[in-house]
Design a protein around this ligand. Structure first.
Ligand code: GLV
Length: 331
């Protein structure tokens, strides 16, 4: 880079201007402005052509060895979101590339979405909406679209991190008993929500609603499959706002078809977008959303700001506020 030249930053999507405006003050910013996110070859070209920073969309963009091999000047990968399963983090660390994310920006919003889906599935909100619009509704019927009570039921939270805790906090307002499973005890979350730590199998057996809120890691990939679904109550509802890969999707579809569990409320899929003829999408006893966990105006603007501040800090030689791989940073 010539002395005084501004670093190049590539943004794989037209992210909210709240963040891009910050970036533009410090860098030559190339924003992909096509209708969808940048195709892979465009991302790779930008890396090849000297991008020092990339603002990427998890979980879609794949910042793997192939991408890093092409990126001689890359110093920082900043994800528009919390999950970093889209980056080969050990490889980035080995090459001294900072990987950043936006924890704290979307915790409450994603917990709201888990609840929206849980309520939607429990009380047949999408089916009711379709029924009214169809013109089939003739009269108030005592047995129409009967659902499941949430108040007083048992909620099982898998992964009591920030989002899991926010989901559990809301459950207190519904008078729910709260169980949680995860590698370690979370005394603060227990004190705040009254949640009780139990082994995963016990949580699955006892819960009326199971909310997945863990990160996708080698340990959690495929965590919920046929065996786990068979432990659940036949009346139970599974809610996934974490990552599709935490659930074995074909096995969930089979369990829904067989009535092993009553319903599922799914925001995330193994492959996104999910194929419209996927066996899971064919299940009537499920409610879907197209990965909308953090999708509010305010939260998306916040995510953009934090993701861009991470890039600016890294490019200026300051420790980024939210660094996934602190090993790359020697103060
Ligand atoms: C969105 O999925 C995120 O990882 O923040």
């Amino acid at each position: 880079m010539a002395t005084g030249a501004r670093p190049k930053v590539f943004c794989s999507w037209g992210f909210p201007e709240a963040g891009l405006a910050i970036l533009r003050e410090h860098a030559d910013v190339q924003v992909w402005d096509g209708p969808d996110g940048a195709p892979r070859d465009v991302l790779l070209d930008a890396l090849r052509n000297g991008a020092a920073g990339v603002l990427a969309l998890p979980p879609t963009d794949r910042l793997n060895v192939e991408a890093m091999d092409l990126a001689p000047d890359l110093k920082v990968i900043s994800g528009f979101g919390v999950g970093f399963d889209y980056v080969d983090v050990p490889e980035a660390t080995r090459r001294g590339i900072a990987v950043c994310n936006t924890p704290g920006t979307l915790t409450e919003t994603t917990a709201d979405q888990a609840w929206a889906l849980m309520l939607g599935a429990a009380r047949h909100v999408p089916e009711g909406d379709r029924y009214v619009r169809s013109g089939e509704w003739r009269k108030y019927e005592p047995a129409l679209l009967l659902g499941t009570d949430i108040h007083g039921a048992t909620l099982g939270v898998v992964g009591m991190g920030a989002i899991g805790t926010a989901v559990a906090r809301r459950a207190r307002g519904f008078g729910m008993r709260i169980l949680y499973a995860g590698r370690s005890r979370r005394p603060e979350a227990e004190a705040e929500t009254g949640a009780v730590h139990v082994p995963l199998d016990d949580l699955l057996r006892q819960s009326d609603f199971v909310s997945l809120n863990c990160a996708l890691t080698a340990e959690t990939r495929g965590l919920i499959g046929t065996r786990e679904l068979e432990l659940m109550k036949p009346t139970a509802i599974l809610v996934n706002t974490a990552r599709g890969g935490v659930v074995k999707q074909a096995e969930l579809a089979a369990a829904l078809r067989a009535g092993t569990i009553a319903s599922a409320a799914i925001d995330v899929f193994e492959v996104e977008p999910v194929a419209h003829d996927d066996a899971l999408v064919a299940c009537k006893n499920a409610v879907f959303a197209p990965h909308l966990g953090s999708a509010t105006f305010a939260t998306r603007a916040r995510m953009s700001r934090v993701a861009c501040e991470n890039i600016v800090a890294a490019l200026e030689g300051r420790r980024p506020p939210f660094l996934v791989n602190p090993a790359v940073w020697q103060d």
